[in-house]
Design a protein around this ligand. Sequence first.
Ligand code: KG4
Ligand code: ZN
Length: 342
Amino acid sequence: MNKIKNTLFSNKPVTINENSLIMGIESSCDETACAIVKGGREVIANVVASQIKIHEQYGGVIPEIAAREHLEAINVVIEEALKQAGVSGNEISAFASTIGPGLVGCLLVGMNAAKTLSLVYDKPFIGVNHLNAHLAANFIDTNLEPPFIALLVSGGHTQIIKVSSYSEMEIMGETIDDAVGEAYDKVARLIGLPYPGGPKLDKLAQEGNPHAFKLPEAKVGGYDFSFSGLKTAVLRLVKSFDGKEMPVKDICASFQECVSSTLFKKVRNALLETGYKQVVLAGGVAANSEIRKKIFNLKNEGFEVYAPIMKYCTDNASMVASSAYFFENTFDDVNVEVFSRA
Ligand code: KG4
Ligand code: ZN
Protein backbone atom coordinates (compact mmCIF):
# COMPACT_ATOMS: atom_id res chain seq x y z
CA MET A 1 0.00 0.00 0.00
CA ASN A 2 1.53 3.33 -1.07
CA LYS A 3 0.23 6.57 0.36
CA ILE A 4 1.50 10.06 -0.30
CA LYS A 5 1.38 12.46 2.63
CA ASN A 6 2.79 15.97 2.78
CA THR A 7 5.27 17.05 5.41
CA LEU A 8 4.02 19.52 7.96
CA PHE A 9 6.66 22.20 7.53
CA SER A 10 7.79 22.30 3.90
CA ASN A 11 4.81 20.45 2.34
CA LYS A 12 7.13 17.93 0.63
CA PRO A 13 5.42 14.69 -0.44
CA VAL A 14 6.48 11.59 1.52
CA THR A 15 5.59 8.11 0.27
CA ILE A 16 4.45 5.76 3.00
CA ASN A 17 4.78 2.09 2.13
CA GLU A 18 5.24 -1.26 3.86
CA ASN A 19 8.82 -0.44 4.85
CA SER A 20 7.89 2.85 6.47
CA LEU A 21 8.18 3.37 10.20
CA ILE A 22 5.32 5.31 11.76
CA MET A 23 5.50 6.61 15.30
CA GLY A 24 2.17 6.51 17.15
CA ILE A 25 1.35 8.42 20.32
CA GLU A 26 -1.66 7.73 22.54
CA SER A 27 -2.78 9.93 25.47
CA SER A 28 -6.59 10.03 25.26
CA CYS A 29 -7.31 8.72 28.75
CA ASP A 30 -5.05 7.23 31.42
CA GLU A 31 -2.22 5.60 29.47
CA THR A 32 0.68 7.56 27.99
CA ALA A 33 2.01 5.44 25.14
CA CYS A 34 4.43 5.61 22.23
CA ALA A 35 5.08 2.94 19.60
CA ILE A 36 6.94 2.50 16.33
CA VAL A 37 5.27 0.26 13.77
CA LYS A 38 6.61 -0.86 10.38
CA GLY A 39 4.14 -1.09 7.49
CA GLY A 40 1.18 -0.94 9.84
CA ARG A 41 1.62 -4.54 11.02
CA GLU A 42 5.05 -5.07 12.58
CA VAL A 43 5.58 -3.56 16.02
CA ILE A 44 9.20 -2.45 16.45
CA ALA A 45 8.67 -0.71 19.80
CA ASN A 46 5.71 -0.48 22.16
CA VAL A 47 5.92 1.54 25.37
CA VAL A 48 3.01 2.18 27.75
CA ALA A 49 3.09 4.19 30.98
CA SER A 50 -0.10 3.44 32.88
CA GLN A 51 -1.66 5.82 35.40
CA ILE A 52 -4.03 3.22 36.87
CA LYS A 53 -2.26 3.27 40.24
CA ILE A 54 -2.76 7.05 40.50
CA HIS A 55 -6.47 7.05 39.61
CA GLU A 56 -7.26 3.94 41.64
CA GLN A 57 -7.45 5.97 44.85
CA TYR A 58 -10.21 8.18 43.35
CA GLY A 59 -12.24 5.31 41.86
CA GLY A 60 -11.97 6.74 38.34
CA VAL A 61 -9.91 8.93 36.03
CA ILE A 62 -9.55 12.58 37.13
CA PRO A 63 -8.98 14.47 33.84
CA GLU A 64 -6.78 17.26 35.23
CA ILE A 65 -4.51 14.82 37.07
CA ALA A 66 -4.36 12.60 33.98
CA ALA A 67 -3.29 15.51 31.76
CA ARG A 68 -0.48 16.46 34.16
CA GLU A 69 0.70 12.86 34.32
CA HIS A 70 0.79 12.68 30.51
CA LEU A 71 2.98 15.77 30.50
CA GLU A 72 5.39 14.08 32.92
CA ALA A 73 5.52 10.83 30.96
CA ILE A 74 5.36 11.86 27.31
CA ASN A 75 9.05 12.57 26.67
CA VAL A 76 10.06 9.47 28.59
CA VAL A 77 7.86 7.12 26.50
CA ILE A 78 8.99 8.71 23.22
CA GLU A 79 12.68 8.34 24.11
CA GLU A 80 12.12 4.80 25.32
CA ALA A 81 10.33 3.82 22.07
CA LEU A 82 13.17 5.20 19.92
CA LYS A 83 15.67 3.36 22.10
CA GLN A 84 13.72 0.06 21.90
CA ALA A 85 13.49 0.38 18.11
CA GLY A 86 17.14 1.42 17.81
CA VAL A 87 16.27 4.24 15.41
CA SER A 88 16.56 8.02 15.46
CA GLY A 89 13.72 10.47 14.81
CA ASN A 90 15.10 11.01 11.29
CA GLU A 91 14.25 7.45 10.33
CA ILE A 92 10.53 7.84 11.14
CA SER A 93 8.34 8.46 8.05
CA ALA A 94 5.37 10.03 9.84
CA PHE A 95 4.27 10.98 13.35
CA ALA A 96 0.73 10.07 14.41
CA SER A 97 -1.30 10.78 17.51
CA THR A 98 -4.81 10.19 18.79
CA ILE A 99 -6.80 13.43 18.44
CA GLY A 100 -10.16 12.17 19.79
CA PRO A 101 -12.51 11.08 21.16
CA GLY A 102 -11.02 11.41 24.64
CA LEU A 103 -10.15 13.84 27.41
CA VAL A 104 -9.21 17.12 25.74
CA GLY A 105 -6.41 18.11 28.13
CA CYS A 106 -4.89 14.65 27.76
CA LEU A 107 -5.19 14.51 23.97
CA LEU A 108 -3.48 17.90 23.67
CA VAL A 109 -0.32 16.52 25.26
CA GLY A 110 0.08 13.68 22.77
CA MET A 111 -1.00 15.69 19.74
CA ASN A 112 1.38 18.54 20.46
CA ALA A 113 4.24 16.10 20.96
CA ALA A 114 3.51 14.45 17.58
CA LYS A 115 3.08 17.77 15.76
CA THR A 116 6.34 19.06 17.27
CA LEU A 117 8.25 15.96 16.12
CA SER A 118 6.72 16.35 12.65
CA LEU A 119 7.94 19.93 12.48
CA VAL A 120 11.38 19.13 13.85
CA TYR A 121 12.00 16.25 11.42
CA ASP A 122 9.91 17.77 8.61
CA LYS A 123 7.67 14.72 8.24
CA PRO A 124 3.88 14.30 7.91
CA PHE A 125 1.63 14.48 10.96
CA ILE A 126 -1.34 12.08 11.03
CA GLY A 127 -4.21 12.70 13.46
CA VAL A 128 -5.96 9.46 14.38
CA ASN A 129 -9.47 8.69 15.63
CA HIS A 130 -9.19 6.60 18.80
CA LEU A 131 -12.02 4.25 17.76
CA ASN A 132 -10.42 3.52 14.39
CA ALA A 133 -7.20 2.84 16.26
CA HIS A 134 -8.87 0.18 18.41
CA LEU A 135 -10.06 -1.54 15.21
CA ALA A 136 -6.60 -1.23 13.66
CA ALA A 137 -5.11 -3.23 16.54
CA ASN A 138 -6.36 -6.22 14.56
CA PHE A 139 -3.93 -5.49 11.69
CA ILE A 140 -0.95 -6.05 13.98
CA ASP A 141 0.80 -9.34 13.18
CA THR A 142 -2.04 -10.53 10.91
CA ASN A 143 -3.00 -10.42 7.24
CA LEU A 144 -6.47 -9.04 7.96
CA GLU A 145 -8.00 -6.89 5.23
CA PRO A 146 -11.52 -5.43 4.95
CA PRO A 147 -14.37 -6.23 4.55
CA PHE A 148 -15.20 -7.20 8.13
CA ILE A 149 -17.67 -6.62 10.95
CA ALA A 150 -16.15 -5.09 14.07
CA LEU A 151 -17.42 -5.28 17.62
CA LEU A 152 -15.90 -2.32 19.41
CA VAL A 153 -16.30 -2.55 23.16
CA SER A 154 -14.46 -0.10 25.41
CA GLY A 155 -14.94 2.08 28.48
CA GLY A 156 -16.64 4.73 26.38
CA HIS A 157 -18.07 2.92 23.35
CA THR A 158 -20.08 -0.08 22.25
CA GLN A 159 -20.55 -0.29 18.52
CA ILE A 160 -21.05 -2.77 15.72
CA ILE A 161 -19.25 -1.36 12.70
CA LYS A 162 -19.38 -2.49 9.09
CA VAL A 163 -15.89 -1.91 7.65
CA SER A 164 -16.27 -2.33 3.88
CA SER A 165 -12.87 -0.92 2.96
CA TYR A 166 -10.00 1.07 4.49
CA SER A 167 -11.96 4.24 3.73
CA GLU A 168 -15.58 3.15 4.24
CA MET A 169 -17.09 2.42 7.63
CA GLU A 170 -20.66 2.44 8.80
CA ILE A 171 -21.86 2.22 12.41
CA MET A 172 -24.63 -0.37 12.27
CA GLY A 173 -25.58 0.03 15.92
CA GLU A 174 -24.36 1.35 19.24
CA THR A 175 -25.32 1.71 22.87
CA ILE A 176 -28.09 4.12 23.72
CA ASP A 177 -26.84 4.53 27.30
CA ASP A 178 -23.84 2.92 29.06
CA ALA A 179 -20.87 1.46 27.19
CA VAL A 180 -20.03 -2.16 28.02
CA GLY A 181 -16.82 -1.21 29.86
CA GLU A 182 -18.70 1.45 31.79
CA ALA A 183 -21.36 -1.12 32.79
CA TYR A 184 -18.60 -3.51 33.91
CA ASP A 185 -16.90 -0.80 35.97
CA LYS A 186 -20.18 0.35 37.55
CA VAL A 187 -21.32 -3.17 38.44
CA ALA A 188 -17.85 -3.93 39.80
CA ARG A 189 -18.16 -0.89 42.03
CA LEU A 190 -21.59 -2.04 43.26
CA ILE A 191 -20.08 -5.25 44.50
CA GLY A 192 -17.11 -3.49 46.04
CA LEU A 193 -14.30 -4.13 43.53
CA PRO A 194 -11.66 -1.40 43.08
CA TYR A 195 -11.24 0.65 39.85
CA PRO A 196 -10.96 -0.41 37.07
CA GLY A 197 -13.35 -3.19 37.99
CA GLY A 198 -13.91 -4.74 34.55
CA PRO A 199 -10.94 -7.15 34.54
CA LYS A 200 -11.49 -8.08 38.20
CA LEU A 201 -15.18 -8.81 37.58
CA ASP A 202 -14.18 -10.97 34.61
CA LYS A 203 -11.83 -13.00 36.82
CA LEU A 204 -14.48 -13.64 39.49
CA ALA A 205 -17.08 -14.47 36.83
CA GLN A 206 -14.92 -17.33 35.58
CA GLU A 207 -15.33 -19.05 38.94
CA GLY A 208 -19.11 -18.50 39.24
CA ASN A 209 -22.26 -20.06 37.83
CA PRO A 210 -23.46 -18.06 34.80
CA HIS A 211 -27.01 -19.37 35.22
CA ALA A 212 -27.34 -18.65 38.94
CA PHE A 213 -29.45 -15.52 38.34
CA LYS A 214 -31.61 -14.64 35.36
CA LEU A 215 -30.82 -11.03 34.51
CA PRO A 216 -32.83 -9.07 31.91
CA GLU A 217 -31.49 -8.65 28.37
CA ALA A 218 -32.51 -5.23 27.06
CA LYS A 219 -35.01 -5.33 24.22
CA VAL A 220 -33.47 -2.77 21.91
CA GLY A 221 -34.13 -3.12 18.21
CA GLY A 222 -31.64 -3.62 15.39
CA TYR A 223 -28.00 -3.46 16.33
CA ASP A 224 -28.33 -0.98 19.19
CA PHE A 225 -27.61 -1.85 22.81
CA SER A 226 -28.70 -0.73 26.27
CA PHE A 227 -26.96 -1.73 29.48
CA SER A 228 -28.38 0.65 32.08
CA GLY A 229 -31.38 -1.60 32.88
CA LEU A 230 -29.05 -4.52 33.47
CA LYS A 231 -26.97 -2.42 35.84
CA THR A 232 -30.14 -1.50 37.80
CA ALA A 233 -31.14 -5.18 37.92
CA VAL A 234 -27.75 -6.05 39.44
CA LEU A 235 -28.17 -3.24 41.96
CA ARG A 236 -31.56 -4.67 42.98
CA LEU A 237 -30.06 -8.14 43.24
CA VAL A 238 -27.18 -6.88 45.40
CA LYS A 239 -29.63 -5.03 47.69
CA SER A 240 -31.78 -8.15 48.05
CA PHE A 241 -28.99 -9.78 50.05
CA ASP A 242 -29.33 -6.97 52.58
CA GLY A 243 -26.16 -7.58 54.60
CA LYS A 244 -26.27 -11.36 54.16
CA GLU A 245 -23.29 -12.95 52.45
CA MET A 246 -23.48 -12.24 48.72
CA PRO A 247 -22.67 -14.94 46.11
CA VAL A 248 -20.29 -12.51 44.39
CA LYS A 249 -18.88 -14.98 41.86
CA ASP A 250 -22.35 -16.09 40.74
CA ILE A 251 -23.52 -12.48 40.37
CA CYS A 252 -20.43 -11.68 38.28
CA ALA A 253 -20.91 -14.79 36.13
CA SER A 254 -24.62 -14.09 35.56
CA PHE A 255 -23.91 -10.48 34.59
CA GLN A 256 -21.10 -11.56 32.26
CA GLU A 257 -23.36 -14.18 30.66
CA CYS A 258 -26.09 -11.63 30.00
CA VAL A 259 -23.71 -9.07 28.45
CA SER A 260 -21.75 -11.54 26.34
CA SER A 261 -24.79 -13.31 24.92
CA THR A 262 -26.41 -9.99 23.90
CA LEU A 263 -23.20 -8.94 22.11
CA PHE A 264 -22.83 -12.34 20.49
CA LYS A 265 -26.38 -12.44 19.07
CA LYS A 266 -26.14 -8.99 17.51
CA VAL A 267 -22.71 -9.60 16.00
CA ARG A 268 -23.91 -12.88 14.51
CA ASN A 269 -26.96 -11.13 13.02
CA ALA A 270 -24.70 -8.44 11.51
CA LEU A 271 -22.55 -11.14 9.86
CA LEU A 272 -25.59 -12.93 8.48
CA GLU A 273 -27.18 -9.73 7.18
CA THR A 274 -24.06 -8.37 5.46
CA GLY A 275 -22.78 -11.73 4.28
CA TYR A 276 -19.33 -10.79 5.58
CA LYS A 277 -17.11 -13.70 6.56
CA GLN A 278 -14.73 -11.93 8.95
CA VAL A 279 -15.33 -10.49 12.40
CA VAL A 280 -12.94 -8.55 14.63
CA LEU A 281 -13.10 -7.70 18.32
CA ALA A 282 -11.67 -4.39 19.49
CA GLY A 283 -11.41 -2.11 22.54
CA GLY A 284 -10.45 -2.67 26.16
CA VAL A 285 -13.36 -5.02 26.82
CA ALA A 286 -12.18 -7.28 23.97
CA ALA A 287 -9.86 -8.60 26.69
CA ASN A 288 -12.92 -10.14 28.38
CA SER A 289 -12.68 -13.93 28.58
CA GLU A 290 -16.34 -14.78 27.94
CA ILE A 291 -16.89 -12.25 25.15
CA ARG A 292 -13.77 -13.61 23.42
CA LYS A 293 -14.95 -17.19 23.91
CA LYS A 294 -18.42 -16.57 22.46
CA ILE A 295 -17.18 -14.55 19.47
CA PHE A 296 -14.42 -17.13 18.77
CA ASN A 297 -17.13 -19.80 18.69
CA LEU A 298 -18.25 -18.22 15.42
CA LYS A 299 -15.30 -20.07 13.89
CA ASN A 300 -17.42 -23.20 14.16
CA GLU A 301 -19.88 -21.56 11.77
CA GLY A 302 -17.14 -20.86 9.22
CA PHE A 303 -16.33 -17.25 10.11
CA GLU A 304 -12.79 -15.90 10.46
CA VAL A 305 -12.41 -14.35 13.91
CA TYR A 306 -9.75 -11.83 14.94
CA ALA A 307 -9.01 -10.27 18.32
CA PRO A 308 -5.87 -8.39 19.31
CA ILE A 309 -3.62 -9.95 21.92
CA MET A 310 -4.33 -8.49 25.36
CA LYS A 311 -1.74 -5.70 25.34
CA TYR A 312 -3.15 -4.32 22.07
CA CYS A 313 -6.79 -4.49 23.32
CA THR A 314 -6.44 -1.80 25.96
CA ASP A 315 -5.13 1.66 25.08
CA ASN A 316 -1.73 1.52 23.40
CA ALA A 317 0.13 3.40 20.69
CA SER A 318 0.84 0.55 18.25
CA MET A 319 -2.82 0.63 17.25
CA VAL A 320 -2.51 4.38 16.63
CA ALA A 321 0.44 3.89 14.28
CA SER A 322 -1.37 1.05 12.52
CA SER A 323 -4.51 3.13 12.08
CA ALA A 324 -2.41 5.98 10.67
CA TYR A 325 -1.03 3.54 8.10
CA PHE A 326 -4.20 1.72 7.01
CA PHE A 327 -7.25 3.90 7.49
CA GLU A 328 -8.08 7.08 5.63
CA ASN A 329 -7.18 9.85 8.04
CA THR A 330 -8.46 13.27 7.21
CA PHE A 331 -6.61 14.99 10.00
CA ASP A 332 -3.15 15.38 8.38
CA ASP A 333 -2.84 19.09 8.97
CA VAL A 334 -1.00 21.34 11.41
CA ASN A 335 -4.29 23.11 12.20
CA VAL A 336 -6.10 19.95 13.29
CA GLU A 337 -7.53 20.19 16.81
CA VAL A 338 -8.43 17.58 19.41
CA PHE A 339 -12.08 16.61 20.05
CA SER A 340 -13.77 15.06 23.04
CA ARG A 341 -16.72 13.19 21.51
CA ALA A 342 -17.16 11.11 18.38
O1 KG4 B 1 -10.34 0.67 25.45
P1 KG4 B 1 -9.99 0.94 26.84
O2 KG4 B 1 -8.60 0.61 27.32
O3 KG4 B 1 -10.21 2.45 27.18
C1 KG4 B 1 -11.22 3.18 26.57
O4 KG4 B 1 -10.95 3.74 25.46
O5 KG4 B 1 -12.34 3.19 27.13
O6 KG4 B 1 -11.07 0.19 27.74
C2 KG4 B 1 -11.08 0.27 29.14
C3 KG4 B 1 -12.29 -0.49 29.64
C4 KG4 B 1 -12.53 -0.32 31.14
O7 KG4 B 1 -13.90 -0.03 31.33
C5 KG4 B 1 -12.14 -1.69 31.70
O8 KG4 B 1 -12.83 -2.01 32.89
C6 KG4 B 1 -12.56 -2.59 30.56
O9 KG4 B 1 -12.13 -1.91 29.40
N1 KG4 B 1 -11.93 -3.92 30.60
C7 KG4 B 1 -12.62 -5.07 30.81
C8 KG4 B 1 -11.67 -6.13 30.79
N2 KG4 B 1 -10.42 -5.59 30.58
C9 KG4 B 1 -10.61 -4.24 30.46
N3 KG4 B 1 -13.93 -5.29 30.98
C10 KG4 B 1 -14.33 -6.56 31.14
N4 KG4 B 1 -13.49 -7.62 31.16
C11 KG4 B 1 -12.16 -7.46 30.98
N5 KG4 B 1 -11.34 -8.50 30.99
ZN1 ZN C 1 -9.55 3.05 24.21
